[in-house]
Design a binder for this molecule. Sequence first.
Ligand SMILES: Cc1cc2nc3c(=O)[nH]c(=O)nc-3n(C[C@H](O)[C@H](O)[C@H](O)COP(=O)(O)O)c2cc1C
Length: 147
Amino acid sequence: MPSISIFYGSVYGNAQNVAQSAQSFLESKDIKASLIEEPSVQDFNDADVILVVSSTTGQGDLPPNLEWVIDDIKGQTPSFEGKRFAIVAMGDSSYGDSFCGAGKTVFNLLESLKAQALVPLLEVDDLETLDPEADVATWLETLIPLL
Ligand SMILES: Cc1cc2nc3c(=O)[nH]c(=O)nc-3n(C[C@H](O)[C@H](O)[C@H](O)COP(=O)(O)O)c2cc1C
């Protein structure tokens, strides 16, 4: 069973909580999952499976704690061929066109670097859910058989 490296982008802690909860959920299923703090491009290169949980800030922007490594990846354009990934995009649909923009940016970037999406992007809408951790656990159930 491959191990999962979890990366998160968070301003106020929602996405960080969801990332921590995803790690606990995966470990409860005997799947090795590491939460990567202060990630580097090398951490992405070393990952078997990349799981990114990111909120959106500004107008469709990445949270600063994830933005710099994503900028480094854009600068270095490593090949992620053979690598698999999944993205949880968190946001608020009242932001209209920029809804979940950060997660969508990361999804498109990883695809452009030839990584393969295991499952479609999960959008988590502040306006629609009271329990994002539970929504993500349900989504992870669909991902686990694909590992
Ligand atoms: C200043 C600000 C800007 C935001 N901009 C967007 C946005 O452009 N698109 C979106 O979908 N959500 C946006 N959101 C909503 C957040 O992504 C959402 O509340 C998320 O749950 C916050 O997670 P965090 O605590 O991990 O940062 C914004 C929230 C704030 C406070």
